[in-house]
Design a protein around this ligand. Structure first.
Ligand code: BJ8
Length: 422
């Protein structure tokens, strides 16, 4: 870290001893998993820096933003419209939810058999380890899976900052209308807490900023289709994870610089692994930082991850918002419609996800799909069976959590799957 942030962490009420422990585990894991990779693009240096400062410089930036009366909005889901947050000059951040932290504390409020992502966001807060949650003015939840819905009630008792958007379960006309109303209500809420009115020009600008970010991520994704692959799955995953934390304009610029470099690699047929290395598409539940377990297993087992059909991945950037609107109402409708096209397994039916997995598999020239569901994540665990029945390419279904206990067993299964692809 570039400087000592202890006074800031202290002011935010973090548990300094535990927090030091967390950062040191994170830094060791990063060195082992990331910095040991060979032939990484130079452009990854920026993302290495961001991760080294994930609880440092970025936290200081948010702290400064708050001094300028900008509102910090925390989220756990890609359904929360980032465009609206930026339109009130707010800062949009994904909150800590990717490590087995504070589970003992969390299990005082939720059952043991709750998915790791939920236990992690509660655990981070309850053990005083997430500076982001302390800086938020509003935490926006959503009625996606049952676990999140009920956990948000408890999280509100703990934080007193929750605002929950209702996400319908289906996508019929009346559901779309419900969602449009939710997006309008969210706009009003943001205007109320920020004291700023969304104007047409702010809305247009913020929509453009978020679309530019998505386009940069799409560009990175399409470069992963080349063989030999010019960037590792681990590095690409990291970029997709940082998309939820970093300043969007700076992030977009850095992703595009990385893509410029990768395009040069492609021209020279330069890859991080030899041509013909088995190519894996991972599909399923999201990977919050620092959940790098599955990618690390795949890439240390003789294969490469070429895509993530996941909210930390393709589901986050697949669709742009239509920028062609001439009134605020029209803009809100375009935004609502863009978010309604997300194919989360919480919807029924969710057939478009099968089409999207198939398309991505073909576009990225994958050899096999590993379906990854967090244990106790019923929507994704069940949908995995459906996808398996409908597709005709190699498919491995796994369920795991954030612990390292099943590392050996998972590695054996992944290695055996990769063998069948050679
Ligand atoms: S749009 S995937 S980010 S809800 S893993 S908490 S679903 S039990 S995170 Fe998600 Fe939004 Fe959907 Fe994406 Fe529940 Fe499953 Fe846990 Fe999950």
């Amino acid at each position: 870290m570039s400087k000592d942030y202890t006074p800031l962490w202290k002011e935010l009420g973090l548990d300094l001893v535990k927090h030091d422990g967390l950062l040191s585990v994170l830094s060791d894991a990063y060195k082992n998993i990331y910095l040991s990779q060979k032939n990484r693009p130079e452009g990854m240096k920026y993302f290495d820096f961001v991760i080294s400062e994930v609880h440092g410089l970025r936290i200081e930036e948010l702290y400064e933003a708050k001094k300028e009366k900008r509102k910090v909005i925390g989220t756990f889901c890609v359904y929360v419209p980032e465009e609206l947050v930026l339109a009130v000059d707010g800062v949009y951040v994904g909150l800590c939810a990717g490590a087995e932290v504070g589970f003992e504390e969390a299990e005082k409020y939720v059952p043991r058999n709750t998915c790791a992502l939920i236990k992690a966001f509660m655990g981070f807060k309850l053990s005083g380890l997430c500076p982001y949650v302390e800086l938020t003015d509003l935490i926006v939840g959503e009625t996606t899976c049952d676990g999140k819905k009920k956990a948000y009630e408890i999280f509100d008792e703990i934080t007193k900052k929750m605002y929950v958007m209702e996400i319908p379960n289906m996508k019929n006309e009346e559901d779309r209308q419900l969602w449009l109303n939710e997006v309008k209500k969210f706009k009003n809420k943001l205007e109320e807490i920020s004291g700023k009115q969304i104007t047409l020009s702010f809305l247009k600008k913020s929509t453009e900023i978020v679309n530019q970010k998505r386009k940069a991520l799409q560009r990175l994704s399409s470069l992963r289709a080349y063989d030999p692959p010019p960037i590792s799955g681990l590095d690409s995953l990291l970029v997709n994870q940082i998309a939820f934390y970093d300043d969007p304009v700076r992030f977009t610029m850095k992703v595009n610089e990385l893509c410029d470099e990768i395009e040069e690699r492609v021209k020279k047929a330069e890859g991080v692994v030899p041509k013909g290395t088995p190519r894996i598409l991972i599909s399923g539940s999201p990977f919050a930082i620092p959940n790098w377990k599955l990618h690390a297993i795949v890439e240390n087992s003789g294969a490469i991850v070429v895509g993530e059909e996941s909210c930390v991945g393709y589901r986050n950037f697949r669709n742009l918002t239509d920028e062609n609107f001439n009134s605020i109402d029209e803009g809100i409708e375009k935004i609502a419609s863009r978010y309604m096209s997300i194919d989360c397994a919480c919807f029924t039916p969710n057939t478009e996800r099968i089409d999207n997995v198939t398309k991505l598999y073909k576009d990225l020239k994958a050899d096999g799909v590993i379906h990854y569901a967090l244990q106790f994540c019923t929507p994704y665990m069940i949908e995995a069976f459906k996808i398996d029945r409908k597709i005709d390419f190699p498919f491995l279904r796994i369920e795991t959590d954030y612990s390292m206990e099943d590392f050996g067993q998972l590695k054996t299964r992944v290695e055996a799957f990769i063998e069948t692809l050679k």
